[in-house]
Design a protein around this ligand. Structure first.
Ligand code: TYD
Ligand code: MG
Length: 470
């Protein structure tokens, strides 16, 4: 085939290419971003490109010296754990969260603490396109950071930032935020997908080449609208999310990706007048403050997030559907799973939920994905439907199958230890253990009284002995 001149249209926002022009980019939905680009394919044929490139070096892995992952701790244990045991030099870390979640505050504190605790670090270069030097100083003073270790540039041009950073060689770089930075070499506005991708790659090069840890802050909106952090996740080493519980008091730091540690770790922090403080006993904040208040629809369970157990309070409200389809609403628990579980209850338990609205809530803004929560959710729903409370400080553990049968629970000992520590006295558990194992549990957890059940029907029979008289 003969090569010829070809016209394509490229979106300056997301970089997608189309054979025809249109007013709106079909990829990112932006209006008026398609630009004509003429590609002369004949140029390619001019010479054999392959003969002109310099080939890459091949490395013998046997002779490579071992990568030593030295970790630098901030001594805020909730943060160090999420980072996988501390910060690794030369890593590129993306911290995302909604505006106002406390991202700028958190990073200023982390940088300050790492500098105070590690001799290797002494200077932070804080790049902000959002705040002035005066505003940053005010915040750092409020956080009791050492002002001597912070340097500031109020710049949004990527090329200028990189050249300044290369000259200044800071031990730390904080970019607040990636959406405000732009590169003159790339078309499109600051914050567009192709812009922020290029910027992330440039910072990655900087981090690796000069061994400088770089923190990028990325804003996300509630509905995840803005082109942003999600499209960067494959580029960076570590992705952290800072979430707020909605009432403003507690924040949860999650790692969604970590090339140097385990993911799904969470850290619990509390925003105070002088920045974040770690929460020493996170289980206590996810429980209703007074455990002696029992009411229909409320149950307790213990979930594992990362490597840690959390005791949580599940609350359900079941009420008759007044209009239209029955509603299922959930906060902190997967809605699809709630629908599956309510179908299992309706089918197997003769508790007819087909004309009932169900609202489920995990107290304290916790988001749980642990399957061992199934049984507690089912019993919360049954409890609210029957209008009968579950008395006694009971922790409910069990994953449910579609037949209502109970499956084994992982990390059982860890969960039981936490329940015992938080003053619970009863455990409702699937009957999947051998007699030997049961004896061992009874021996090890003397303060706990175990109740073993085979399936959901048995569990309901035991906790609501005379459920008929509603
Ligand atoms: P900020 O770090 O500016 O959020 P982000 O960078 O994610 O947009 O701070 C968020 C909120 O935290 C802000 O509303 C003020 C509050 N805050 C405190 O309560 N205590 C403090 O010490 C600081 C610095 C901020
Ligand atoms: Mg900020």
């Amino acid at each position: 085939m003969v090569d010829k001149i070809k016209t394509i249209y490229e979106c300056k926002n997301c970089g997608a290419q189309f054979p025809k022009w249109s007013g709106r980019c079909l990829e990112c939905g932006q209006w008026g971003t398609l630009n004509e680009d003429i590609q002369d394919l004949r140029k390619k044929a001019e010479g054999d490109i392959l003969s002109r490139v310099i080939s890459a070096d091949i490395v013998d892995l046997e002779n490579v010296s071992n990568f030593k992952a030295e970790r630098f701790k901030s001594n805020i244990s909730e943060i160090d754990r999420v980072l996988g045991g501390g910060l690794i030099s030369g890593s590129l870390i993306l911290l995302s969260g909604e505006p106002g979640a406390g991202k700028s505050t958190l990073l200023a504190q982390v940088a300050d603490k790492i500098i105070k605790n590690n001799k290797k670090f002494s200077q932070v270069l804080y790049i902000s396109g959002e705040e002035s030097a005066g505003q940053l100083k005010l915040r750092l003073e409020r956080l009791k950071c050492d002002l001597k270790s912070f340097k500031f540039i109020g710049e949004t041009n990527l090329e200028k930032i990189i050249s300044t950073a290369v000259k200044a060689r800071p031990d730390f770089l904080i970019v607040d935020s990636i959406q405000t930075i732009y590169s003159t070499l790339i078309p499109g506005e600051a914050g567009g997908i192709s812009q922020i991708r290029t910027i992330a790659i440039k910072f990655m090069e900087l981090a690796k080449k000069y061994d400088i840890p770089v923190f990028l802050i990325g804003h996300i909106t509630k509905d995840g609208q803005i082109a942003g952090p999600k499209s960067l996740e494959h580029i960076v080493d570590v992705v952290l999310y800072l979430e707020n519980d909605g009432r403003g008091a507690y924040s949860i730091l999650r790692s969604a990706k970590n090339r140097f540690g385990s993911v799904n770790e969470i850290g619990v922090l509390e925003m105070t007048g002088s920045g974040f403080e770690e929460v020493k006993n996170p289980s206590s904040i996810f429980l209703d403050s007074d455990l002696s208040h029992f009411f229909p629809g409320s149950t307790f369970s213990c979930v594992i997030e990362g490597n840690r157990p959390f005791l949580i309070n599940v609350q359900a409200l079941v009420s008759k559907t007044v209009f239209g389809y029955p509603q299922r609403k959930s906060s902190g628990f997967d809605l699809n799973r709630l629908q599956v579980l309510s179908a299992v209850i309706s089918k197997k338990q003769k508790l007819d939920l087909m004309n009932q609205d169900i609202i489920l809530n995990i107290v304290g803004g916790f988001r749980a994905s642990d399957p061992a929560l199934d049984l507690a959710v089912c019993l919360s729903i049954a409890s609210s439907f029957l209008n009968k409370e579950i008395l006694g400080k009971m922790v409910i553990l069990g994953e449910l199958g579609l037949g209502g049968e109970l499956r084994p629970v992982s990390y059982l000992d860890m969960r039981l230890r936490e329940a015992e520590k938080m003053g619970f006295s009863e455990v409702l558990l699937g009957d999947f253990l051998s007699q030997l194992e049961k004896n061992r549990l009874k021996e090890n957890f003397k303060k706990l009284n175990f109740v073993f059940v085979k399936n959901l029907s048995e569990a309901i029979k035991i906790v609501f002995p005379n459920k008929e008289n509603k």
